[in-house]
Design a protein around this ligand. Sequence first.
Ligand SMILES: *Cc1c(COP(=O)(O)O)cnc(C)c1O
Length: 367
Amino acid sequence: MTSPVFALRPELAALLPYNSGLTLADVSSRCGGKAIAKLGSNESPYRPPEEALRAMEDAIRNTQLYPDPSARDLAEAISRQTGVPAKKVIFGDGSEDLLNVLARAALRPGDEMVTLYPSFPLHEDYAQMMGATVTRVDLTPDRRIDIEALLASVARPVRLVLLANPMSPAGLWLSPEDIDRLLAAQHPECLLCLDEAYVEYALGTDFLPGTDRLSGHDKPLLVLRTFSKAYGLAGLRIGYGLSNCDELLRGMHLVRTPFNVNAVAQAAALAVLRYPGRMQEAVDKTLAERSRVAAVLAGRGLEVLPSKGNFLFVNVVRPAIDVADALIEKGVIVKPWKQAGYEAFLRVSIGLPRENDQFLEALAEVL
Ligand SMILES: *Cc1c(COP(=O)(O)O)cnc(C)c1O
C-alpha cells in the first residue's frame, strides 16, 4: 500500500521512538528456550497480593461502564497515606501519562526545561514534543548529582525543573538537605517536579519524600508517583501526581483525557494500598538482593553507582550494547544505556534471587 505524504509538527523531527526494552517474546527465540531473567524495565518480580487480583476480577465484571473520571476513592486512600488533601491528587495512565500531561499543560515553545543527566528519556522527549529546550545537568566527574548546578537552575525563572529522585537510570538521590536547599532556592516562576517513581525503595534513611514538604511550600511543586514499581502493577498503567499548585492541577485536568485511568487499574491500586505490608515485604527482599548483587559486582572490580532504586547502574567499561546483546543469548535482559558519555553503563533491575544469580553468572561469562 502506498502511504500519502504528510507533514508532522516540526517539534517531532528530533524525537526518537521510546526504547521500551525487550519483551519475553523478543528474547525467547534468541536464547534457545532458556528461562528468561527480565531485568531491563525495573518491574517488580513480585505479583500483587491475591486480594488485588480479586478486586480486579470484580472490576472486570463491570467493564461496560466508564471508570470514575476522578478516581475519588483512590484519591481519598492516597490522601490518607500521604497526608495530602485528595483534591491535590491527579491520576494518569501510568506516571508517563502525567509527564505528557504536565508538558502539555506547562511548556510553551522556547521554554526551558532542566533535567538531570543521564536522564529518564521521557522527561526530555515530552519537553521536545512541546518545542521546549532541554538543559541537562550532568553528574559530577566523581559521579554524584551536581547539586550546585541544580541549585543555580531552580534559582532562575526556568519554566520547569524535572528530576527523578531517586534518579533513573543512575539510582542516585538527593539528600533531605539537598531537597530543602532546592526548595529554598526555587524561583517563584520555576515549577519544580520530583518524579518519585522509586520512592517506596528509598524511604527510610537519608531520603525525604517531596510530599512531606508540599503543604508548607509557597512555590509550585509537583510530585509524581506510580503503582508500576514497588506495587507490582506495571501492566495496568496507573500513576499519580500531587501538587500544592491548584492552577497547575487545573491545567493538567484540562489537558488529560477524562477517563485516563481504567476501572481495573483503579480497583487494583485501591486494593494494594490496603496491604502496605505486602508491598513492604517485596521492597525488603529487593533491597537485600540489591546489596548482594552490588557487592558481587564491586567485588569483581566493576564501578556500581550507589542506588536507592530497584536497579543498579553498572560501568562495564566497554560498549554496554554489546554486553547486553551477549547477555540475551544467556536469557538475561538488561538495559544498555545509549546516551552520550554513558554508553559503557548498563542498568539492571533487581529481580528474584535466581534471576539475579543468572545475571551475575551470565555477566561473568560475557566479560
Ligand atoms: C518507571 C518510571 C516511570 C514510569 O512509570 P509508569 O507509572 O509505569 O508510567 C516514571 N518515571 C521514572 C523515572 C521511571 O523510572
